[in-house]
Design a protein around this ligand. Structure first.
Ligand code: UFG
Length: 323
């Protein structure tokens, strides 16, 4: 197969490219490198371009017949999406509409989309299954949910075959430390805790210790980036096998509190994490845990790098190696 990976030079996309190459597929990557890194690609052909340029897509789709598209490129900062919503609706929603129109016109029918647990908004219950009410509470979640709605409509109108994958907390790194998380700015808990340990960043600010959870800190479901990638390939294969277009949650189904993560980082690195207590960060739900049984049952997905220690160990190996 020859796949197009949009945003393939980013954190999750680069792990996906690694998997596809390892499985012997042809891979073309389109990434404008606004947040991705060319040296994160372990193979494939990189085209540095804005994927929302319709004339560019027409040229690309006329020259290569892709068997399917994986779409990872997006803006991901929840807080920024509140202060600058237009950036999110343009980059995540409008740009994806342009892509879908080009795919429709060039008869590329297979699509796997990176969605998010943020489509659910404030959870009414946990673990969250796919039928949970979708009421995003920030433009980031809304911008992704709008794409999911467009996908359902393109499916009905034009026969697009799609899977939307709703990630919980992507974490970890390539077990061989060739790839890892490199966001600028970095806002995610595990890399910030590791950087604090290494003195590359100031002490970690722990946002809120007064949540309604056993230790008062927020609970999240951390899923290894390689396990996320394997779900994408299974999703594409599922569509090729005639599977129904739909959405799946991707998480381990196990919740860890921020304090537990800090403790595991301390254990794995052998050094205490410098921590400063800070007030709650706006928009953080107390508890976000996935019910991912649908992906396991329907896709046959089986996450293998499930322990928080393994996830943190891989992230640490990468972080320490990239000093
Ligand atoms: N946290 C801190 N200090 C930090 C960073 C994070 O205490 O410096 C806490 C947060 O308050 C939260 C937990 O660590 O309780 C995890 O925070 P992350 O920023 O690592 O991840 P989020 O759960 O906020 O975000 C993830 C995805 C988003 C997605 C969201 C769904 O990264 O893309 O889940 O709501 F939108």
């Amino acid at each position: 197969m020859h796949y197009l990976v949009i945003g393939g030079a980013g954190y999750i996309g680069s792990h996906m490219v690694k998997l596809l190459i390892g499985e012997g597929h042809g891979v073309t990557i389109v990434d404008d490198l606004s947040s991705g890194h060319a040296d994160a690609l372990l193979g494939g052909e990189l085209i540095v371009h804005d994927f929302s340029d319709r004339a560019f897509l027409d040229r690309l789709f006329s020259s290569v017949k892709f068997d399917g598209v994986f779409h990872f490129a997006s803006q991901i900062l929840v807080g920024e999406s509140v202060t600058n919503p237009a950036k999110y609706y343009r980059a995540n929603t409008f740009a994806t509409l342009t892509l879908l129109e080009a795919m429709r016109d060039h008869k590329i029918d297979y699509f796997v989309f990176s969605s998010t647990a943020a489509v659910y908004g404030e959870p009414e219950y946990t673990p969250i299954d796919e039928n949970h009410r979708k009421v995003p509470v920030n433009p980031y979640g809304a911008s992704k949910y709008m794409v999911e709605m467009m996908l359902a409509d393109f499916h009905r109108a034009h026969g697009l075959k799609y899977v939307a994958l709703r990630y919980f907390n992507a974490a970890g790194a390539d077990p061989q430390s060739r790839l890892g998380e490199r966001h600028e700015p970095e806002t995610h808990l595990i890399p910030l805790a590791l950087k604090a340990v290494l003195g590359k960043k100031p002490p970690l600010k722990l946002f809120g210790r007064d949540y309604d959870t056993p230790d008062g800190t927020c609970i999240r479901d951390y899923i290894h980036v390689d396990d996320l990638s394997s779900a994408h390939l299974l999703a594409m294969q599922y569509l090729y096998a005639g599977g129904e277009s739909t959405a799946f949650n991707l998480g381990n189904g196990a919740g860890y509190s921020v304090q537990q993560v800090i403790d595991v980082v301390g254990k794995v690195t052998g050094r205490p994490v410098p921590v400063e207590y800070a007030p709650r960060r706006e928009g953080d739900p107390a508890r976000l845990v996935a019910d991912a049984s649908k992906a396991k049952k329907v896709l046959g997905w089986q996450p293998v790098l499930t322990g928080l220690e393994t996830i943190v160990q891989h992230a640490w190996n990468w972080e320490a190696a990239s000093q």
